[in-house]
Design a binder for this molecule. Structure first.
Ligand code: B12
Ligand code: SF4
Length: 448
């Protein structure tokens, strides 16, 4: 049994960048670097049952910008060594490219089983009702994917694998067996198979630092309920924390990586858990550089914990300020206030932690709103800041609210860098104002 797993390329659409002035341009990132942990988990799940081949098209294009199209690359790989199953992982903005990959597979052979999984397949399975898609796996798919591979190997019918959507003529339908219950951060946790990434390791770097960086999740989901966010709907509001032994074992195994970015929605939710993790990092003498997503109110409330994290290698924090306005934060259901923002920023600064703050630019902004945001961001400047566009991601509460205002349904634009709803200002002017914001930052750090 041969399985090919493909990480789709990034969406090329970035209107913010297209409109940003030269002084802001270098800070509007074109490439975000990180391993596709979901797909690497699928590799780990089926390793014992199949030969697994992997293509990271993001890494491939970073290494070879003039590489042939994704479809051609995948076709060539399939012709050279035909797999039985091809799996692709999907977020919203990479859905068109991912579907093109599965169409390329289909153009070579209709005997290869094509499988779509990941966040967007979980939230919007209807977007995969395409003749090139044979199976959709919703949710944390390790057990279902393993069962699927075994069933295909034994030439069984897919109805035996619970919880799948399978192609039946011109439509997708649920399989008849009951869905498999999975505990993806606990009993059924699998260490993502990072050995798949070897060919592209040199591309997993950030900020001009040549050392490869990797991601690691200590939790899945998020206990908060921000209206624009896909992370909590993806796991129906569940928040799943790994146990400390398994995190420590994974960190200790990452000998190739000195920089580890936690891929959690929020790396500190349970203070006692984090303190226990720090106890273990200290007692085991593990020294790495860490990057985490943390909330400013957590820092404001627990300055001693932030100091301890800093002593144990926390170097960079990514945090959402979203908006300086209380009524906007309330509308987004973001439980944060200006006092917590100011205090939290102070705590990170006191501990020498480099900050990237993210703001959400609302399509309703007019000149006064842009000026107010610029003033706040200047007064609260962080080493880097991102000013991304409020985007109704399919499957979120915001999408349901904003649906009537959506003017662009091309999913490739749903990456926070393009506006897909009506704007109050003429669109070009909106992008120019939003693009200009990206120059507001502090310090001389340069992100590539
Ligand atoms: C790591 C990460 C990345 C990495 C790697 C992604 C990749 N595929 O290459 C990098 C850094 C490249 C990345 C980039 C982007 N990302 Co990102 N990323 C994440 C992050 C932090 C963690 C995802 C993760 O690893 N989760 C853990 C794994 C285990 O879960 P999982 O991927 O869902 O996988 C499970 C299931 O979904 C399923 N599964 C997944 N794939 C498959 C495949 C098959 C075949 C099967 C059967 C099952 C299956 O099983 C898995 C195991 O349980 C999330 C936020 C978060 N905390 O969740 C955002 C997130 C996924 N990213 C997001 C976005 C928007 C982006 C960007 C478009 C832009 C941006 N501004 O961030 C860029 C894209 C490219 C660019 N412009 O450069 C959004 C997606 C929203 C949406 N609805 O689409 C998220 C949710 C962040 C957010 N704030 O909303 N990202
Ligand atoms: S924006 Fe952050 S805090 Fe809010 S629900 Fe999403 S992951 Fe959680």
């Amino acid at each position: 049994m041969k399985v090919l797993l493909v990480n789709p390329p990034r969406s090329p659409h970035n209107a913010l960048r297209d409109h940003a002035p030269p002084e802001a341009l270098r800070f509007v990132h074109t490439r975000l670097v990180g391993p596709p942990l979901g797909l690497l988990t699928m590799a780990a799940a089926v390793r014992d049952d199949a030969d697994v081949r992997f293509i990271d098209l993001k890494g491939e294009y970073d290494l070879h910008p003039d590489a042939p199209s994704p479809g051609d690359l995948v076709r060539a790989s399939i012709l050279a060594d035909p797999p039985d199953i091809v799996g692709v992982t999907f977020i919203a903005s990479e859905t068109p490219a991912g579907l093109d990959i599965l169409r390329a597979v289909r153009s070579v052979s209709d005997r290869i089983l094509t499988v779509a999984g990941g966040l967007h397949a979980t939230l919007c399975p209807e977007d995969f009702d395409d003749p090139a898609v044979d199976v959709v796996v919703q949710g944390d798919g390790a057990l279902a994917f393993k069962a699927l591979v075994r069933t295909v190997a034994s030439e069984g019918g897919l109805d035996a694998v619970g919880g799948l959507l399978i192609r039946d003529g011109d439509h997708l339908r649920p399989t008849t067996a009951p869905a498999l219950a999975i505990d993806p951060a606990g009993r059924d946790f699998l260490v993502p198979d990072r050995s798949c990434l070897k060919p592209w390791l040199s591309t997993y770097t950030v900020g001009g630092d040549p050392r490869p960086v990797t991601y690691l999740f200590t939790s899945l989901g998020c206990p908060s309920r921000c209206s624009f966010c896909s992370i909590w709907p993806q796991r129906a509001g569940a928040y799943l924390q790994r146990d400390i032994d398994s995190v420590i074992a994974e960190v200790a195994s990452l000998t190739e990586y000195e920089v580890i970015r936690f891929a959690d929605a929020n790396s500190v939710v349970d203070i006692a858990w984090t303190n226990r993790l720090l106890d273990r990092l200290e007692s085991e003498g593990i020294h790495k550089a860490f990057v985490m997503d943390l909330r400013l109110d957590t820092a404001a409330k627990h300055p001693e914990l932030i100091a301890r994290l800093a002593r144990n290698g926390l170097k960079v924090v990514i945090t959402g300020i979203e908006s300086p306005r209380a009524e906007e934060l309330k509308r987004y259901n973001k439980a944060l206030d200006t006092r917590a923002i100011t205090e939290g920023l102070g705590v990170f600064a006191d501990n020498g932690i480099l900050l990237r703050a993210n703001y959400v630019v609302n399509p309703d902004y007019g000149p006064d709103d842009f000026a107010a945001l610029a003033e706040f961001a200047t007064a609260h400047a962080t080493a880097y800041a991102g000013y991304t566009i409020l985007t109704p991601m399919p499957g979120t509460a915001l999408h349901r609210q904003m649906r009537p205002r959506i003017i662009d349904t091309d999913l490739a634009k749903y990456n926070f860098f393009n506006c897909v709803v009506e704007t109050r200002l003429p669109l070009d002017r909106f992008y120019e104002e939003a693009g200009r914001l990206w120059a507001i930052r502090r310090g001389d750090h340069v992100i590539s």
